[in-house]
Design a protein around this ligand. Sequence first.
Ligand code: PLP
Length: 578
Amino acid sequence: MGETFTSSAKAALGSDHGGFGLKERVKARLVERGLAVEDTGPGDRAAVDYPDYALRVAEKVADRSADFGVLVCTTGIGMAVAANKFAGIRAAQCLTPDMAEKARTHNDANILVLAERYTSPDEADAILDAWLAAAFTGEERHARRVAKMTLSDGGAETGPSLAETDPETHAAIEREIRRQRTSINLIASENTVSRAVREAQGSVLTNKYAEGYPGKRWYCGCENADVVERLAVERAKALFGAEHANVQPHCGSAANMAVYFAMLEPGDTILAMSLDHGGHLTHGSQASFSGRFFNFVSYGVDKDDERIDADAVERLAVEHRPRMIVAGASAYPRTIDFERFRRIADQVGALLLVDMAHIAGLVAADCHPNPVPFADFVTSTTHKTLRGARGGMVLCRETHAKAIDRQVFPGLQGGPLMHAIAAKAVTFAEAMKPTFKDYIRQVIRNAQAMAEAFRAEGLRLVSGGTDNHLMLVDLAALDMSGAAAAERLDRAGLIVNKNALPFDPRSMFATSGIRLGTPFMTSMGMKEAEAKTIAGMIVETLRGGDDEAELQAMRARVEGLAMRFRPEFEGAGPERLG
Ligand code: PLP
């Protein structure tokens, strides 16, 4: 048996413009009856979007900061549909006191939805009174039916949903769904994964310890883990044409660490791209394990054309005789000539590691030369342009397979994340589809359209443009630091990161540039026209002032654009609208 809503209960209220009048009436009635009321708005009849208010009330009910909710719109339909998208919510549209009573006693409803067009103020009072007086009976047949609804909230698992167990975490995730859908994400290293990838990542494989490799595990019960890892390995090899793949590294940094520690001794010399010219932290930064364990020598880009200066790389290699050369970057907008790197490595007897974390999707789609035929080792993340589960991998020649496998486990890691490996298997399969090639081609076209729009606005791009998915915008013409620009854009819902430019006079905390990438917006279905519009919005925001009202107006435009798009995947089921 549940409880009735007495005067100690707290209600959360919301409406749209069509339900505003009746919401005010409900508020008065609840206050008159002594209940605590939180009105989430709106404050007048100006037009608003009902899902925004359904979300506010649903969140409060799901996280238990309200005991129940009341939502009102013109027909009650939109509010009921929107509120019922949320795990843990049972919103009932009630036109009569009897319906309200049944919604409570049979369905354990926790949000009452009213229709202003069909419900007079007096009828609303009666419906509300019936709602407050009724409680869930708890009878076995009703409890069973309600439990079945809860089951479908959380997928295959029994037991309470996340909303019920941990409302704070649940609410943060709900807000993140909304943030990702209502802003425009231009972080070059991010993407949005398919429902299939998320299903694998959220699967029961997280429950399994599978130390070792397929067929050679330390624990029993690994037959399904073996299937999944073999799928991931075989697909990775086929996708990139590699002789051997290790898909266990938890992230890109761990993949690089595995190669360094498998092949080198602490103190050995490695030649890699410097962080401030576009390299990654694991390419020798003192803040990372790499710079602390190995003697890194850095190469960079040419001062004039801002492209990798291969002749300078060769001179440094000859001078320092590194044991390993690293090609690959986090912020380099141009094609990398792996063949030339191979020749330089051979000239000095060095091993060649290509870190293709950023461009793996382009390589998979034949839109960037494949490093595998040239490199001794290729490392990657699987979550950037490759558009998959968060993680890392190492590809290598068969001769190095044992050394790499031993270094990943037991050298650096314990049990592999089998759920992540399952998601990597799905990622590689998705990247083999012809539609993935179309996607990557669009990523590049969008980057070029965006770059052209910035140039037309008089902004300089590092190296003059881009061949891949990202660009670096020099903010000198706007007399602004990268940090200030990124912060202001964030307030307008345009998500970018500050980035040092080659030969940057500012500190790495301030920087003179921003890095922009198109993988995420392209996954949302945006094309060249939107890329240009977004560049225009960025320039307008940066040229405009710091005025909060102006930034909010831009935020509304950004949201309007973002909400017209949704993740586009072949065969993808409906995504949740936040
Ligand atoms: N290598 C490159 C070139 C990267 O850009 C990154 C991540 O940004 C990494 C390695 C590290 O990947 P993770 O963040 O998964 O450790």
